[in-house]
Design a protein around this ligand. Structure first.
Ligand SMILES: *Cc1c(COP(=O)(O)O)cnc(C)c1O
Length: 387
């Protein structure tokens, strides 16, 4: 018997047995020839996942927040203008990080939770100030809202502003074509759609972002994240040479190599299509059960996770009932609606039976909470999409 519950939160996610197997390999030296090769390959494979043949990849020991910190530390100098396209909790975090490095931060927000700022509002904000960087949260994990990166990155570039995309909940799940869309930095963490246990911060920087970094006139105000230290290390691994600045997370890099190869075998288009299909199955199921979602429309919804309001007469005790039925989902995160909704992550290696199990557990929990609905309606709606 598998004595564990299905983990359906927006990271960490369920990992493949091959990835978990790599975590258990004997740890080598960080300059062992086989590790140098594995890390060099992982850097090369990152370009395929980010669809960024011209990008400079960085693999660091740390969480997604370090990836955000690294982007800010290396690009921002005292007094630089940063426009934060704010869609929730993690956009707030980017604003705080930018301020820490001395940026003058302006925010453009949607008026209600679940909405995204319009392209017009973003353009107006860009016009009305002087900005070096615009940050975007591709999928805001607190609201399950997704912004149109293609459109907004294009607008940023037309104003000569660097676009920095927090893709922690999107890279390797949502469609993101870094080079084609002119995204200057895309970043993520290992434990989300890229499918590796927590502990790696992953950053891809465009040639324009690297140029802005080289043009700095003041030192990088973060010792650990300084690209002056890490760029030679990343280059050395790609050239299969030994090097050292800080010890890499050897086993995690090994696991990353395995996961990136699995992603490559599936192919990015198929992977994005699978995320869309699973997301649609889940969202249709919630609608069929009469449950409302946080994003205001399907076009503004992520495919890597869903945010669902507790139906009338129920509350966060639903989470415990879902857990008792064998599936772990996450509570609310956005401060304004924290106790009113729950979140379900469906990214990475997720498949149709995972999503059906999750919907089944939610139906079971709804019955326990005395919510009135036609039992099986959610499962039927999802099955219609998955077949
Ligand atoms: C999870 C997440 C983060 C933070 O990542 P950590 O690994 O928890 O530091 C940042 N941004 C988004 C969009 C996320 O989903």
């Amino acid at each position: 018997m598998k004595n564990r519950k299905l983990l359906m939160i927006p990271g960490p996610i369920e990992f493949t047995p091959e990835v978990l197997g790599a975590m258990g390999l004997p740890t080598t030296s960080h300059v062992a020839p086989n590790f140098i090769n594995v890390c060099g390959e992982a850097l090369e494979l990152m370009r395929q996942v980010f669809l960024s043949p011209t990008g400079q990849p960085f693999i660091m020991a740390g969480s997604g927040t370090l990836a955000m910190d690294m982007a800010a530390a290396n690009l921002i100098e005292e007094g630089d203008g940063v426009l934060v396209v704010n869609t929730g909790y993690f956009s707030d975090r980017f604003a705080k990080i930018a301020q820490r490095y001395g940026a003058k931060v302006t925010e453009v927000r949607a008026s209600v939770v679940g909405d995204v700022p319009s392209a017009d509002d973003v353009e107006k904000a860009l016009k009305s100030g002087s900005f070096k960087i615009m940050t975007l949260t591709h999928v805001d994990t607190s609201t399950a809202v997704c912004v149109d990166i293609k459109k907004l990155a294009h607008i940023a570039r037309s104003y000569g502003v660097l676009s920095v995309v927090d893709g922690v909940c999107s890279v390797a799940g949502e469609e993101l074509r870094q080079d084609e869309w002119g995204v200057d930095i895309a970043l993520t963490a290992s434990q989300k759609a890229i499918g590796v246990p927590p502990g790696l911060a992953l950053v891809m920087a465009s040639p324009k972002a690297m140029e802005a970094f080289r043009n700095r006139t003041s030192p990088v105000r973060n010792f650990y994240a300084d690209w002056n230290e890490w760029l030679p290390i990343m280059k050395a691994y790609e050239e299969r040479r030994p090097s050292y600045f800080g010890t890499p997370a050897v086993n995690l890099v090994w696991a990353l190599n395995v996961s990136l190869k699995q992603i490559g075998e599936e192919g990015m288009e198929k992977r994005v299509a699978r995320h869309k299909r699973i997301s649609r199955a889940f969202k249709d199921a919630m609608r069929a059960l009469g449950l409302k979602q946080v994003p205001l429309s399907d076009e503004k919804s992520a495919t890597t996770l869903s945010g669902v309001y507790y139906p009338d007469g129920t509350d966060s005790s639903l989470l415990k009932h879902i857990g008792d039925a064998g599936v772990i989902v996450a509570g609310g995160l956005h401060p304004q609606i924290k106790d009113k909704y729950f979140r379900v992550g469906h990214m990475g290696a997720v498949n149709g039976s995972d999503i059906l199990s999750t919907i089944g557990a939610i139906e079971t929990a709804l019955v326990k909470s005395n919510y009135k609905f036609d039992k099986g309606r959610g499962l039927q709606a999802a099955a219609a999409i998955l077949e």
